[in-house]
Design a binder for this molecule. Structure first.
Ligand SMILES: Nc1ncnc2c1ncn2[C@@H]1O[C@H](COP(=O)(O)OP(=O)(O)OP(=O)(O)O)[C@@H](O)[C@H]1O
Ligand SMILES: [Mg+2]
Length: 391
């Protein structure tokens, strides 16, 4: 899959396959059924997309003809770009203000390198800038400053290859309501220039549990089904990178598991996965590397285990032999009596040993029946780096 995906990116100039003009035919069918105006706009939008694709192709051909290397940077930086699935340097975005709203600096000079083959979590509170970053990659938002490369292609100079290297599942559900899932995937495949005999629309629908909905109208799908259809659309051209912007928001537990199973399958086949989620347990379980964005800045970017260990905080849970009414004085350690009668004693593993705490407990005449330690988790790290710092 990775090879096929990479080949699709590096391959020949894309073509838009003529059978995708079926859009037009199904469009006329809809007109006959009295939805003329909507259909007119659909055709117009389709036409504009095709024109955009044509313009991009033309620009690329010009680049090739002039022998432009695409980015004009030094060899070292090129090598770095090739090593990462996505690399951003000094990425800035300021949304222009208007009469009602002041300008908003959503990204304040982001440096981020996402290794090829990773499952990379992009976390941050609401409004941190995650979707802005993703939308810049998708070409939906224009960056204010900085450099970004996708699979080694600069998003300005090699826009088409950069876009072709990505499959993006957006945060907002934006499905084509007048088409069936199968038609929607075929059209998407056509726009990406996937030859008819290489299309995998039904295979993708089956992988995402939507096989029996292949010929229903998209508007008849539930929210969770639409989100899975967006994943299928994102993967239709076999890109080497799949970006999921909060894919499990509003998806029930079973479907969430099904979605992650599919994403993990893609990852095992070599696809680089980038995801944003507010379910921190999910991120901790799935991601091998995590970046935390806060107010437009990257405040942490580490392998998941290292990030959690960086908090340097554990809690010793002590079950006393006899019931304790109030927290004892344990010197430098603070103890808290939990509702179940256990004592919770936080400590920093780099500075204190469990033995020291036990000595304090003994000095306070507390006999220990049982004890365990609780590691920090991603939620602790997240809160420490975002809300607590802000407060
Ligand atoms: N089109 C826009 N015009 C003006 N400001 C915008 C626009 N889009 C986003 N913003 C602002 O940019 C900031 C970052 O928004 P963004 O959507 O990137 O955040 P996010 O990290 O994806 O948040 P969430 O977790 O809620 O999805 C926010 O303050 C948001 O209000
Ligand atoms: Mg967002």
């Amino acid at each position: 899959m990775a090879e096929r995906a990479a080949a699709a990116v590096a391959g020949n100039a894309q073509r838009i396959y003529m059978d995708d003009f079926r859009v037009r035919r199904s469009g006329w069918r809809v007109i006959r059924h009295g939805k003329g105006l909507t259909c007119f706009f659909m055709l117009l939008a389709g036409g504009l997309r095709l024109r955009q694709e044509w313009l991009t192709n033309t620009r690329l051909r010009t680049d090739k003809q002039t022998g432009s290397s695409g980015n004009g940077r030094g060899m070292k930086q090129n090598a770095e770009m090739m090593q990462y699935a996505i690399a951003a340097h000094g990425l800035r975005k300021t949304y222009k203000g208007n009469k009602k709203a002041a300008p908003k600096e959503a990204l304040k000079g982001i440096d981020l390198q996402i290794p090829r083959g990773s499952i990379f979590g992009l976390l941050g509170p609401n409004g941190a800038g995650k979707s802005t970053f993703i939308n810049i990659l998708a070409g939906l938002v224009r960056k204010t400053d900085g450099d970004v490369s996708v699979w080694g292609f600069d998003i300005d100079r090699n826009a088409r290859q950069a876009r072709a290297a990505l499959g993006i599942v957006p945060q907002e559900i934006n499905t084509d309501v007048f088409f069936t899932p199968k038609e929607a995937l075929d059209i998407q495949a056509g726009l990406y220039g996937v030859p008819k005999d290489q299309r995998r629309s039904m295979e993708l629908l089956a992988a995402l549990g939507l096989e029996d909905k292949a010929d229903s109208y998209v508007r008849q799908l539930s929210g969770g089904m639409k989100r899975r259809l967006l994943v299928a659309k994102a993967m239709i051209h076999s890109p080497p990178i799949l970006i999921l912007d909060e894919p499990t928001a509003g998806v029930d537990i079973e479907l969430r598991k099904q979605l992650w199973d599919y994403v993990l399958e893609l990852h095992a086949a070599g696809v680089t996965i980038v995801l944003t989620t507010h379910y921190l347990e999910e991120a901790q379980e799935l991601c091998d590397q995590i970046a935390i964005i806060h107010e437009g800045e990257v405040v942490a970017c580490e392998p998941t285990e290292k990030l959690i260990a960086s908090l340097d905080r554990k809690t010793l849970m002590v079950t006393p032999l006899h019931e304790i009414a109030a927290a004892p004085d344990l010197g430098v350690f603070n103890a808290e009596v939990k509702p179940d009668g256990r004592l919770a004693i936080p400590y920093q593993p780099s500075k204190a040993q469990v033995g020291e705490i036990l000595e304090h407990l003994s000095a306070a005449n507390i006999a220990v029946k049982d004890l365990s330690t609780v590691e920090s988790d991603l939620e602790d790290v997240f809160l420490e780096l975002t809300y607590r710092k802000a407060g």
